[in-house]
Ligand binder design. Sequence first.
Ligand code: KE4
Length: 433
Amino acid sequence: MEFINSIKAFEQAKKSIPGGVNSPVRSFNSVGSNPVFIKKAFGSHIEDIDGNDYIDYVGSWGPMILGHAHPDVIKAVQDTAINGTSYGAPTEIETEMAELIKSMMPSVEVVRMVNSGTEATMSALRLARGYTGRRFIIKFEGCYHGHGDSFLINAGSGALTMGVPNSPGVTEGTANDTLLAKFNDLESVKSLFKKYGDQIAGLIIEPVTGNMGVVVPTRDFIQGVRDVCTQYGALLIFDEVMTGFRLAKGGAQEILGITPDITTMGKIIGGGLPVGAYGGKREIMEKVAPAGPVYQAGTLSGNPLAMAAGLTTLKLLNDTPDFYNILEAKAEKLVSGLQKAIDELEFPAVINRIGSMFTLFFTDDDKVESFEDVKRCNTELFAKFFDKSLQAGIYLAPSQFEAGFMSIAHTEADIDKTIEASRKAIEELKAEL
Ligand code: KE4
């Protein structure tokens, strides 16, 4: 494959955009190669500006569950745009969207639309603090909730100390209000509650992680987190920006059978346009302005175009018989094919999959169940696998610490080709080990 035009485009972009991209992971820095610039996409495929075609398992980082440029979504956007693109005033489609979200995710009794997952999670934190009158938020090492200051935090010196900034520009004061726990380690949560319990406003978690790669919670862990939040009166915030409407109609909370107090959403509910949302119990959400005192606002929140794309997407997910079983079967076919290659070639790797989300971890361990496990992965080996896959026309997330996404548009031929290309890449890597 040739990447001449993408290489030129990246050099040009770097003159005017920080790092040449509008979101860091797109730079391919984690895999040490030049990013490909995309010209167009349809269904399960994307095409770069050099004319290279790829089977796409990034799907815009989750939103494209129906595949790219779904005709119904495109038509909804076109039909809406001819009547204007934004009014900054209430529209009935926003109410229709809210009602559909509520019907698909019953823990959400009232929901506010925003413009990104970051806005949703930032707002959820402010709401938790405003509702409880408390200071601290617990998050988990390895979980990502967008770029809000309260989330860009590393663990402090001791397990029970407050966080420290992990980005310039985040103040000590902000960092000190975030406490760090360990995913799948209930004791790390309980010890924070024992020490700070009545000062903890909320705990935010990716109920199934995607941002350290896919890691599934143990039953005892996620139930224990729910129970300890209830015990201390802290709000449990499920960050379902990635898992919402992805893992099931009702997201991870439906699969796990856990009811959070607040849920944050994004990605799929925008159908590819900028949308986020946060919602939950009426008693909590009615603290949000103008119903209540917790301020949050947005010029383009609930704008008609994004609502049209998102509502059309959610309706298709909600109304297509057996959608999630069909989607999961595609993911299972891919992963079992990859697993067969790993087993037969005796290659050091572990695959985690739940629903249509999966991650191939390059590790000597026989399981990946925690951030500690994830940190032992061989990112150099991943980078080589990524590059071989890209050359073979398979577009994976350019980082070991991300999730892959199957769409309903991926065909049997796509999956067979992916398995074949991956087996070949693994064979070549095995020879280099
Ligand atoms: P956005 O602000 O990027 O819309 O959403 C932030 C966010 C919040 N919560 C979860 C669980 C998320 O996965 C995200 C964003 N996910 C990343 C992918 N790991 C977006 C890709 C990017 O940063 O460019």
